[in-house]
Each structure stands twice: as C-alpha cells, then as structure tokens.
Design a protein around this ligand. Structure first.
Ligand SMILES: [Cu+2]
Length: 505
C-alpha cells in the first residue's frame, strides 16, 4: 500500500463562490452574491443534519432515482471512470437532474473492484483490465457509490454523483435540491457511511463474551503450538494455497477467513541462517491476494505482487538473519487481509541456539467481527478496536487445551505479534524470564551479563512487541501448576490473548 496514509482518499473539489476570486463587482452584483451566500449557507446547514444526509443516500436509496419527483429530460449523461490505487478517477461527477446516467467502469487497478450505487445499480466485480457499463437510472438527487470489496470503501473507493440544475425539483423528503448544495452533502456523506459492504456499522454488536469464547475453544482442536523440528535441508520448498472459507467464532456467529493452506496462522516454517525457501503461491480465492515474507530481502515488485484468482507466482528468499519473521498478505487493504487470517511465521534460529525441553510458537492476532459469515468489519479495523484477540488464531484455545511441561523443564516460547494493529506485552504468570531475545538481540541472557557482575541474577517479566515484532523467552517452572501466558494489556487478554501452560511433576 502507499506509504502516504492519505493516498487514495477522496478530496473535496475546490469551491469558489462568485466574487471570491477577486473579480470586481458592482453594487447590484454584490447584493446578488449576498443572496447566493445566504442560500448556500442555509442549505449547507441543512446538509449536516444527519437525517438529511441519511435520507439522501442509504436509508431511502430509491428516492434518488424516483421518477415520480423527476421529469426525465430524455438526455443521457455518459461517464468513464478508471481506478488508481484505491481511488476512482474521477470520484465525483455532475449530472443534470432528469438525465439518465451511464457510468463505464474500467478497472485499471491491480486487483478486483466494483462500483455499486446506493440505488443498487452495480458494475459487478471486475478483474484488472475488465470494464462494464452501469445504467444508474434517471438522476433526481445526489447519489453515492462505492466499491463493495472488503475494506475498499474505507480506503477511499467512494464515488459521488452530484445532481445539478432544475432548482424547482423537489426530492421525496421535501427538501429543496437546488444546485449548489450537493458538494457539501456528498462530502458529509462519506463520514456517515457504515461498513465495507454498505451495511450499517456494527461497532456495538457481535462482540462475543469471554465465557462464550472460552466455551467455543473447547469444541475445536487447538492449533499445534510446537515449533516444527529442524530438518537437515538447506533448501525448503512449499506451496501456499490461498483459500477463503467460513469458520465459527461462537455458537450463532461465524466469520469469513482468508488463509494460507487453510489455517490461520498459516504454516510455521523453521530453518537456519543461510537456508533458502522456495514458495509457490497459488490463489484459489475469489479476490486478489499476495504474500510478503519478512524473513528475506527481495525487491517487492514481482514476488509481492497481487495475483488474481487462479494465478500463481514463485517467491524465493534466503534467510540471512535469525528471528521469528512475520509473513502476511500485502494486498490492500492490508489491515483487512491480515485481520481476516492471512499471516504466519518463519523461525530462523540464531546460530548455536541451545536445545531446550519445549519450543512453542505463540502468534498474536486480532479479529474485528462483521455480520455473521462476513469478513472483518473494516470500520472496526480502522478504529483499532478488535472484538477478539487470539493466540495462534483462536481466542483462549490454550486455556481449553493447555500446553504442557514438567517441573524443571526449560521452556522456550517464540512470540510474534502480527497485529494488524495491537501490541503485545507477553508475560507468563508465576515465572521470570531468565532469557529474552527480541528482534535480533538478547536483552537478557542466562549466565551472562554485560557488566560482569550480574550474571545469573537478571531477569524479565515481559517481552514487549509492536506489530510485526518477534522474539523468544525462556523460563524454568519450579513447581507444578497452571501457568497462564497472557498479553498483559489486560483488556486484550480478556478478549482472548490468554492461554495456559500446565506443568506437572
Ligand atoms: Cu489477501
């Protein structure tokens, strides 16, 4: 995605009132301008009233093209619209009231898009290079449009039809629709829209309770947290198939997930410094997807490109440095593709890493629940307020199915925060870490010190990670019991970033 967070967002067209461009005006003209200003301000005040804004777009979509209040002119306005990144170009057009409108959408973007209007007229989903013409109908008042692919509307793929002329035309709510008000109405509209799919925002719905999540975790097997063993191979070959499916969250609520090889996280890869990984990415989904491996250094252009359904690409990288490295889909909006499950880890061990009794991998991610069966609610993603936070894809799954160790065992936990947005203060209740390795460096190393005096007596309580950061901790439980491992940002732990290590004698 573009580095500029504002890239792709719609911009308001410049508005200049008569006389404001410095043109000399006479007394009569000044009086007329005054009237124009007053009228414009009055209408603008009406436009910011939520009831008006709502009525003009979503709530009564068909009013926008109601022929009962519009006299068709018999004329047809035609417009061609292209795609640049996550924007329609142009993203606003003026149409004389009473004209029929035909919009031809040419998808010049790098992934699938559509253009749907509030009255239901739609181009249908278009692959890159495809085009379609939408009969929008006879234009009576302003009409909003947007791309319905998940997250695209929030990224700025919105489109406005501004009805101009025919100041005597009344809309169905009785409000004057004189030309001149429309720009304000259209711009105000954007901030009041709901989720990506044109449904109402669901920020106060769908959040399952902790009890329901804990119960649901008991009904499904846990994602294997054991780090896969190292092989002697120095060349690793994998095929990653992208699929899209629906999984349960709690009874009565499912969500759409997008995955690599059917699981979220995707496969955990394990190798040594210097190993080469050959990945074949196959897109078996219904929209564009891609992959970005932080474990290697490559020019992003080709291997990280978005591929269409049915296509594949080869992605080869050599792991020159140790770490627990994130991989993820990098198709826009990345926040949604990651939140919908497209992430995983590559563990590249530092040289001479000592053997331990248990090596586990814990990956934290967030879920932003939309309506039943739908992918992440893009408005919630943008607001950075997850409904669920999970270790290895499912909330509380290691409370339902605890990890295991024995008293005196050395336990190493590799930890990665894939976000997309929340941080992780990783803590294991009842233990102290005698070794902490974070983003390429030991912060604490048992039996060693940097000042020569504190060997064996330093420790840590938290491995703190921002999104895309990773590391590992080591500890030795001294007594049998149940040791919770948590995100010590407690509200996130209570949303599911919580598990248990069961230690036996
Ligand atoms: Cu994707």
């Amino acid at each position: 995605m573009p580095e500029d967070p504002d890239a792709g967002r719609p911009t308001s067209p410049p508005r200049t009132l008569p006389g404001q461009d410095g043109t000399p005006t006479g007394r009569a003209a000044a009086a007329a301008i005054g009237v124009v200003v007053v009228v414009t301000l009055t209408v603008a005040a009406l436009l910011v009233r939520p009831s008006f804004v709502t009525a003009s777009a979503d709530e009564q979509p068909h009013a926008a093209v109601s022929t009962s209040s519009v006299v068709p002119t018999g004329e047809v306005t035609r417009a061609e619209v292209t795609v640049d990144g996550m924007s329609f170009v142009p993203n606003i057009i003026e149409v004389p009231v009473g004209n029929a409108l035909q919009v031809t959408l040419v998808n010049t973007g790098d992934q699938r898009h559509d253009l749907e209007f509030a009255n239901g007229a739609t181009s249908g989903v278009l692959a890159p290079g495809e085009q379609a013409t939408v009969d929008v109908g006879v234009i009576g008042t302003d009409l909003a449009g947007w791309c319905t692919l998940p997250g695209h509307r929030q990224m700025g793929m919105v489109f406005d039809i501004v009805a101009v002329g025919s100041g005597t035309t009344a809309s169905t709510d009785g409000t004057d629709t004189a030309a001149g008000h429309s720009m304000d109405g259209s711009m105000t509209d954007h901030s009041t829209h709901g989720s990506a799919n044109g449904t109402a925002a669901t920020t106060d719905a769908n959040a399952p309770t902790m009890a329901a999540l804990v119960q649901a975790a008991k009904d499904i097997p846990a994602y294997p947290a054991e780090l896969p063993p190292l092989s002697n191979a120095t060349e690793h070959r994998y095929t990653f198939r992208v699929t899209e499916q629906v999984v349960g969250v709690v009874p009565g609520l499912t969500r759409a997930v997008w995955t690599y090889n059917g699981t979220s996280p995707g496969p955990i890869l394990h190798g040594r410094v210097g190993d080469t990984f050959h990945i074949t990415l196959v897109n078996d989904g219904t929209m564009g997807h891609s992959i970005d491996f932080h474990a290697g250094q490559v020019a992003p252009d080709e291997p990280m490109r978005t591929i269409e359904p049915g296509q594949s690409l080869e992605y080869t990288f050599t792991a020159a440095r140790s770490g627990i490295w994130m991989y993820h889909c990098s198709t826009m909006p990345m926040s949604s593709h990651i939140a919908n499950g497209m992430f995983g880890a590559v563990v590249i061990e530092p040289d001479d890493l000592p053997a331990v009794d248990h090596s586990y991998v814990v990956i934290q991610s967030e879920q932003y629940l939309g309506p039943d069966g739908e992918p992440a609610d893009a408005a919630k993603v943008a607001a950075l307020v997850p409904d669920v936070v999970a270790f290895n894809g499912t909330a509380f799954q290691y409370d339902a199915h605890p990890l295991a160790a024995r008293v005196g065992d050395r336990v190493r936990m590799w930890v990665l925060d894939v976000g997309p947005n929340s941080s992780l203060a990783f803590h294991v209740v009842g233990t102290q870490f005698d070794t902490v390795w974070s983003e390429g460096a030991y912060r604490v190393l048992r039996g060693a010190s940097t000042d020569g005096r504190t060997a064996g007596t330093t420790g840590a309580q938290v491995l703190s990670l921002l999104p895309a950061e990773g590391g590992f901790v080591e500890f030795v439980p001294l007594e049998a019991g149940h040791y919770a491992f948590v995100n010590h940002e407690m509200s996130l732990a209570e949303k599911g970033a919580h598990g248990q290590l069961a230690v036996s004698d």
